[in-house]
Design a protein around this ligand. Structure first.
Ligand SMILES: *[C@@H]1O[C@H](CO)[C@@H](O)[C@H](O)[C@H]1NC(C)=O
Ligand SMILES: *[C@@H]1O[C@H](CO)[C@@H](O)[C@H](O)[C@H]1NC(C)=O
Length: 433
């Protein structure tokens, strides 16, 4: 009698174990298995640097002309530098590397981060595929001076098994030509939510792709024409010609929290989000502008749009992560959806290498509805040009009297104040009755 009971007990134990093991095997944020290629093929699986056999690089499958490259290797007069550890792989014409992952949650969104460097062709690209979705990431414009950049791309898992493929679709004369790849990592993205305080999702940019820790000080590019499910920056899209850079406080100056976005390539590098609004209602778009402490010196400027209304915010940068500046744009929604867009007005390059693109940093984007209640009247005493301060419902208001044509017999002017907002300039928006 005792035997069957014991047997069923161990079955239960086995089942329990299988469940825990399954959970434990779920996808963890960070490098994939052998994601930095430090474990390589055996000598017999290499012909020079060329990898022979489809499963010679531990944890990976390879196909086509794949090379295993040690750091410091020369190609022509160029020395190939490997950013993490001592090895990287290089994908020649039509070559690919892939890895199968288990424990994905169907319907969840994942982001892949990897580092890549162009080695020969003018226009190199990589086609990244996972769960039947794919994206072609252009490596055409170099954003960093050492040639390496990290890229991010996201997809939605459709099953608990996912095969991630990085493929070089290039067809050049030299079959070996193609990008070097290193540090392949994954991150599960948490879906962003708008709160009743902020209509912008992920406005503080805290949710985003994995940033490789350590010495790689170049952030992660959110590639151009990144929309919807393929955005590794939840809530946001980059539907401009060039990428924006996702940066973290471990490597850069960030206005608040741990993450922010650097606008890299003037008007060609924009991030956008479409928010739900009510036509005719008034809103305030606020955001912070700073610099990443990456030697991006000079007069920077951010342009912000909310529908057709816009503002420009100048930021004088010493390139050392100076005091960030908060700006507000008041707008009236023209429809049920309003597109919020940010880009840098100018191209800038780092003053330490004169070639890497850089730009202003934005952070903490918020859109709040400003109550449609009757505008408040406030009596302020002053002359034209005077700076005035007042308090209303606990919020500090700062304004400047700008119109002379008010009935100001006793020098008491009535300002029509918009509902209370911290530090809104009343300069242009105020009508004096
Ligand atoms: C990228 O790869 C996927 C999967 O192999 C393929 O369906 C897609 O057409 C490729 N895209 C381009 C532009 O080559
Ligand atoms: C508003 O302006 C005051 C004075 O200029 C400043 O001390 C304060 O930090 C500002 N508040 C915000 C939220 O920017």
């Amino acid at each position: 009698m005792a035997l069957p009971a014991m047997a069923s007990g161990s079955v239960l134990l086995l089942l329990l174990c299988a469940t825990c093991c399954r959970l434990a095997l779920g996808i963890t944020d960070g490098l994939l298995a052998n994601g930095n290629f430090e474990r390589g093929p055996q000598a017999s699986q290499l012909r020079g640097t060329q990898v022979v056999g489809a499963s010679s690089v531990p944890s990976w499958r390879t196909s086509g002309f794949v090379e295993y490259i040690p750091s410091g290797r020369k190609q022509g007069d160029m020395v190939l530098v490997v950013p993490e550890g001592a090895y990287a792989v290089r994908l020649g014409n039509e070559a690919s590397i892939s890895q199968r992952l288990r424990g994905a949650v169907p319907g969840a969104r994942y982001s892949l981060t990897f580092s890549a460097a162009r080695t020969c062709a003018q226009a190199e690209a990589l086609n990244v595929t996972a769960s039947g979705q794919s994206g072609v990431l252009a490596m055409q414009t170099m954003y960093s001076c050492n040639g390496w950049d990290s890229y991010a791309w996201a997809w939605v898992a459709t099953a608990d098994e996912v095969e991630v493929v990085i493929h070089n679709p290039g067809v050049t004369e030299d079959p070996a030509c193609g990008p070097l790849i290193d540090s392949v990592a994954i991150k599960t993205l948490t879906p962003p939510r708008r709160t009743n305080k902020n209509l912008v999702k992920n406005g503080d940019f805290e949710e985003g792709p994995y940033i490789i820790p350590g010495t790689t000080k170049w952030g992660v590019l959110i590639p151009s024409r990144t929309v919807d499910d393929h955005s590794p920056l939840p809530g946001w899209m980059v539907d401009s010609l060039k990428a924006v850079k996702y940066i973290d406080s471990d490597h850069f100056a960030v206005p608040r929290g741990r993450r922010a976005v650097e606008l890299l390539a003037g008007r060609e590098s924009a991030i956008a989000q479409v928010i739900r609004t009510v036509k005719g209602k008034q809103y305030a778009l606020s955001f912070t502008v700073g610099d990443a402490s990456n030697a991006c010196r000079g007069s920077l400027m951010v342009e912000a749009y909310a529908g057709r209304e816009s503002t420009k915010v100048a930021y004088e940068s010493a390139g050392k992560g100076g005091a960030a500046k908060r700006a507000v744009l008041l707008f009236r929604a023209a429809s049920a959806r309003t597109r919020v867009v940010f880009f840098s007005s100018f191209y800038s390059t780092r003053s330490d290498d004169m070639s890497s693109l850089c730009g202003p940093v934005i952070d903490d984007v918020a859109v709040v509805s400003v109550r449609p209640s009757a505008p408040r009247r406030l009596e302020l005493v002053g002359r034209t040009g005077d700076r005035l301060r007042a308090r209303a419902t606990g919020h500090a208001l700062h304004g400047v009297v700008v119109v002379v044509a008010c009935v100001c017999k006793t020098e008491i002017c009535t300002l029509l104040l918009l509902p209370c907002l911290d530090n809104v300039s009343l300069l242009r928006r105020t009508t004096i009755l």
